[in-house]
Design a protein around this ligand. Sequence first.
Ligand code: NZQ
Ligand code: ZN
Length: 385
Amino acid sequence: MHSFEFYNPTRLIFGESKIETLNKYIVQTHKVLVVYGGGSIKRNGIYEKVSKALSGNNWVEFSGIEPNPKLETLMKAVELARNEQVDFILAVGGGSVIDGVKFIASAIHFKEEDPWQIVLSGGQLIKEVVPFGTILTLPATGSEMNAGSVITNGKAEEKRVFSNPKCFPKFSILDPIVIASLPKKQIANGIVDAMVHILEQYLTASEQATPIQDGYAETLLRTLIEFGPRVYNDPFDEASAQHFMLAATYALNGVVGAGVKQDWATHMIGHELTAMFGIDHARTLAIILPGVWEVMFETKQKKLAQYGRLVWNLSGDDKEVAEKAIEKTELFFHSLNVGTRLDDYTEKCYKVWDIPERIKTRGWKLGELALIDHLKVEEILKLRI
Ligand code: NZQ
Ligand code: ZN
């Protein structure tokens, strides 16, 4: 196991009717900025619950954070927050709203430079963050219990990640009732994204035994594979909704990845596909993941075989089980109506060849062994068109 430091200060408030307890976690004298997306919270009653819970506070709102939140939109919220001199921000939404709030909270006091530098610096330039909490409405990204954020710069067609320990939410409320109003497509996205988060931290070239992290990852994977489809088929299945929601949060709150090598190549290439084609985040992962496994088969074979045996109950020799595990994963994505080829989503596949060039310009070497350079990225893309 590698040495590590684990830090996660987010208070997790989980369970039925927990949204109604919101005012317990917000200081009454604070002026609050409530941030949300395109309006789903008005249709499913969450907005009303939030308004009621905040009745003792002075608060203002900003709506219209789009999926894959854009710098241009977020800067409008920053301006509002500065003008209104807010003390606290409440994100009500999925990963896009929560990531957007991490950026807004970091940019309010960042006046001296171009705010895109916050993102380009990977979060290192952040000095002061306005405290914020979240009400999660879509289990998927884990953003509700981590310090990362992914922001899109529309003009530059770039989607980049930043993180900073100051960007952990103060609290996150997880009430599984939110799942009932999710479109099937978003439930499928949530299952796939959470699964790939675990796999990025678990399915690596392993040379050291890490039974605690592996066992935890395998349990989360089995949970998503068993209960994810149940929620997909019946969003009102309360028990399955609970298991799915908790698994998605635990998939990326830092525990699975503490002390182990991590891959993240699928995410980094996937972000390029979203920036270029606007494909949903989770779907880009479903396209790329099998390609990363195939191109890096030799280094990942041992762990793929472990995954095949312990998560999919496969049997046979290592190579055979590893190959079948890739196939099983792709079939699982298909069972949720998630296409795993680029041409399932766009007719402009030819544009994809700009991606290896971008990777080369940035000097990126991806994957747990930093072996995935622009040439390997090209190989991966060739397999996935
Ligand atoms: O905008 P609204 O009206 O809220 O509608 C949203 C949006 O259209 C809708 N939705 C959310 N909750 C709902 C609901 N509709 C009905 N009922 C509900 N309860 O779902 C749509 C998608 O929402 P979005 O927030 O974009 O989805 P998701 O949670 O998948 O977030 C994706 C973003 O998170 C980033 C992705 O790159 C992408 O930008 N990620 C963030 C990570 C992190 N911070 O740790 C890690 C991830 O790997 C990921 O990269
Ligand atoms: Zn993801």
